[in-house]
Write a protein that binds this ligand. Structure first.
Ligand code: CP
Length: 308
């Protein structure tokens, strides 16, 4: 990774103190929603996608523009990297045009390789390994709804995917307990984390939880897979009843209704998915501000990440 360039590739790469400061800044920026500080004036963000997106694309684009910056959106298939151009050449060329780049691609190692060649910050907009921007928005939502994340019980149901993996990374940083209810054959054997427990009985995982969270059983690129084995891990009203009375339901979306979650849960007051989606915007602003500050760009009225 290039020196003095602040990439946002994985929560594990960044200190807990810094991540918490970024989250505090996200809350502060949300309060300034109708009077956003113009801290990205003259700055440009490239967004490179090799997968579909609604929330990630819109939140980054609106985040940059509301704070005075510009965006350019590229589909990887239409770029020369989709042909024969090397990752190194692409990374060096992109570095000359914009101030930061957000990339959504399957292969996390390739994303890291790309970041190793750039002289500008690279932000992980989702890989098959992790989805750190999503988890920042999720934790922001929990703080908003429940006051804090530390000491809470978060119960995850269904697939063990990039989002689950990022929750696992976040658990010791924020000090929450994470109960994971997923098919046994998906349980990894390399999770040595005192905050994380794999629970084979879904009801037990939900018992006393503050947050019930799930995600699609068929992540992008996995269409057509057999989903029967996930049914015992479905979030439904019966499962929600095991959680605390004030428990919230979260889902990073898009949702497959009546697969990983039933309609009654989605219609219940516990469901906070739209606030969670909106918080992508505020989290993205704070992530961008942190990345751009260290890149030598003058971010006016910048938040003091060290002081928090
Ligand atoms: N949750 C999420 O990343 O949404 P998009 O795929 O729409 O960006």
């Amino acid at each position: 990774m290039s020196k003095n360039v602040r990439h946002f590739l994985d929560l594990n790469d960044i200190s807990g103190e810094t991540l918490k400061a970024i989250l505090s800044h996200a809350h502060a920026l949300k309060k300034q929603k109708f009077n956003p500080p113009q801290i990205f004036q003259g700055l440009s963000l490239a967004m490179v996608f090799d997968k579909r997106s609604t929330r990630t694309r819109m939140s980054f684009e609106v985040a940059m523009k509301q704070l005075g910056g510009h965006t350019i959106v590229m589909n990887m298939e239409e770029m020369q990297i989709g042909g024969a151009e090397s990752i190194e050449d692409t990374a060096n060329v992109v570095s000359g045009f914009v101030d930061a780049v957000m990339v959504r691609m399957s292969d996390h190692d390739k994303l890291c390789e790309f970041a190793s060649y750039t002289s500008i910050p690279v932000i992980n907009g989702l890989t098959d390994h992790s989805h750190p921007c999503q988890i920042m928005a999720d934790l922001m939502t929990i703080e908003e709804k429940l006051g804090s994340v530390g000491g809470k019980k978060i119960a995850w149901f269904g697939d063990y995917n990039n989002v689950t993996r990022t929750f696992v990374q976040a658990a010791p940083i924020w000090g929450f307990d994470l109960a994971i209810s997923c098919p046994k054959d998906l349980q990894p054997d390399n999770v040595n984390n005192d905050n994380v427990a794999f629970v084979n009985d879904a009801s037990q995982a939900a018992q006393g939880a503050d947050v019930i969270v799930t995600d699609t059983w068929t992540s992008m690129g996995q269409e057509g897979k057999n989903i029967d084995k996930f049914m015992p891990h479905q979030v439904n009203a019966g499962l929600m009843a095991k959680a605390k009375d004030n428990a919230i339901f979260m889902h990073c979306m898009p949702i497959h209704q009546n697969e990983e979650v039933t309609d009654d849960v989605l219609a219940s007051p516990a469901c906070v998915i739209y606030d969670e989606a909106e918080n992508r915007l505020h989290a993205q602003k704070a992530i961008l501000a942190w990345c751009l500050e260290e890149a030598g760009v003058l971010v006016q009225d910048s938040f003091d990440f060290e002081a928090e």
